[in-house]
Design a protein around this ligand. Structure first.
Ligand SMILES: [Mg+2]
Length: 282
């Protein structure tokens, strides 16, 4: 059966600005074998094109359609929930562009939603305004709840830390759309037009990539080039279906799927035509 990959980027394809050895060959292999894939990132700061450029500079040649960000997932979710709505945004270009593209106006008073992403421009003034908007009825939306992100020089505070601040001030819980939320995990699968049983999630973080995949019934691959070591796995009640030292082990992905992953279970798939399915069972 055909399978496709949802691929986390940070800690999988690169660390900071340094590409993981073998990543270029891994992606080329997917293209050669015509395995559908999409990069799935909880970073809302960049647009699709920004991410594409970052990857190209590392020698990874992909198209914009190969990139799916939590900003896109959040904007689509909000547009489906409330078309032509308004948002007050704590975040940067990737999030602002995604909201605009989905018919949203950015406002600085009486928004339908306060939407939080990551960025370097957050101020106490913006947080105070956001808190008052939330207390006056704006819904608090998180693009993701990652508390921090490892960098080459240490750690930078993540969107989840900003969201926690607003939750503490207001006493109101945020709703989060990014990984491991099923909203983003499902939307990414549908971008590739894959069924659940055909979908494989590859990532380095247990709390987002692997948990998100497990919850959706996708098969999962953990790579050890990022935030998780083999010893860490003892602390979790769930685990990946396969573990690789790095994506260099996935240069022949279809062979890896055959030999190292359990078979996808077609019973996990939604039946598109219930009458035809019932007839086949009879
Ligand atoms: Mg990662």
């Amino acid at each position: 059966m055909q399978a496709g990959l949802l691929i986390d980027m940070d800690g999988v394809i690169y660390r900071g600005n340094e590409v993981v050895a073998g990543a270029e060959q891994f992606i080329q292999g997917l293209k050669d074998e015509e395995i559908p894939f999409i990069f799935l990132t909880n970073n809302s700061q960049r647009t699709r094109r920004d991410v594409q450029t970052k990857l190209q500079r590392m020698g990874i040649m992909v198209e914009e359609r190969h990139i799916f960000t939590c900003a896109m997932a959040t904007a689509r979710f909000l547009a489906a929930k409330k078309p032509s709505g308004t948002a007050y945004v704590i975040g940067e270009g990737g999030l602002l562009q995604a909201l605009h593209r989905n018919g949203y106006s950015i406002v600085d008073h009486r928004p339908d939603f306060v939407v939080v992403g990551e960025g370097r421009t957050v101020t106490l003034d913006a947080l105070e305004r956001a808190a008052n908007m939330i207390l006056n009825g704006a819904k608090l939306i998180a693009t993701n709840l990652d508390p921090n992100c490892p960098t080459q020089s240490g750690t930078r505070p993540g969107c989840g830390a900003t969201v926690a601040y607003l939750e503490a001030v207001t006493g109101i819980k945020a709703f989060s759309v990014g990984k491991p939320s099923p909203i983003m995990m499902r939307a990414a699968r549908k971008e590739l037009k894959l069924a659940t049983s055909q979908t494989v999630m590859l990532g380095d973080t247990m709390e987002t990539d692997i948990l998100g995949g497990v919850q959706m019934g996708y098969r999962t691959i953990l790579t050890l080039t990022g935030s998780t070591s083999r010893d860490d796995l003892d602390h979790y009640a769930y685990g990946p279906d396969a573990i690789v030292e790095s994506v260099a082990e996935l240069c022949q992905a279809s062979k890896f799927f055959r030999e190292r992953l359990p078979q996808g279970n077609a019973e996990d798939d939604t039946v598109a035509n219930l009458e035809a399915w019932k007839a086949a069972q009879a």
